[in-house]
Write a protein that binds this ligand. Structure first.
Ligand code: HEM
Length: 159
């Protein structure tokens, strides 16, 4: 589901930002940075959970041993202190950092596979259908699921 959501969110972001799509069509090697920007801009996994093994303070906030902490990855990726103009979708953003695959010891094991699949899927899709566009007849449907951010369906026209 996560990689499917990455590909769906990527196609949506590119079709909603024709200027960025034009850059990708003109320079297919931008697909790597386009995928990283989609991971930051519209992350497939919204949050990660940890349980504190000991009492601690996080940025002045007390956390008791055994307490559950929800780290909202999506919000961190849109923190303007870390990412200037975070609501702008920019496939040439110089700073490619994001935490959409988590971090530390439990960093996503599948990250290289997910990245490769998304890069290949986008390259092949837009090479085959460079005129792809959103279908005006179907409203956009986002999936309503707590932690997985993706589309129920993405209707497009290729003609
Ligand atoms: C775009 C696609 C994907 C996203 C956004 C994603 C995201 C994440 C996140 C946020 C975590 C939690 C990391 C943490 O708790 O710090 C995670 C863990 C994990 N992911 Fe992914 N994932 C993706 C695809 C995949 C794929 C394709 C696989 C396997 C083929 C995979 C396997 C795993 C495993 C095994 C863990 C647990 C690692 C551990 O606890 O040590 N993921 N992933």
């Amino acid at each position: 589901m996560t990689t499917t959501d990455l590909i769906g969110n990527a196609v949506l972001a590119l079709l909603q930002h024709p200027g960025e799509l034009s850059k990708l069509l003109a320079n297919p090697s931008l697909v790597r940075s386009a995928v990283e920007e989609v991971l930051r801009y519209d992350a497939p996994v919204v949050q990660g959970t940890r349980i504190a093994t000991e009492a601690m303070q996080i940025d002045g906030c007390p956390v008791a041993a055994g307490q559950t902490i929800n780290a909202v990855l999506y919000a961190a990726n849109h923190d303007s202190e870390a990412h200037p103009d975070p609501k702008r979708f920019d496939i040439e953003r110089p700073d490619k950092r994001h935490i959409s695959f988590g971090g530390g010891a439990h960093f996503c094991l599948g990250a290289p596979l997910a990245r490769a699949e998304a890069q290949i899927a986008l390259s092949v899709l837009f090479e085959r259908f460079p005129k792809l566009r959103l279908s005006a007849e179907h409203p956009l449907e986002r999936r309503t699921m707590l932690n997985f951010n993706g589309l129920e369906a993405l209707w497009v026209r290729a003609d």
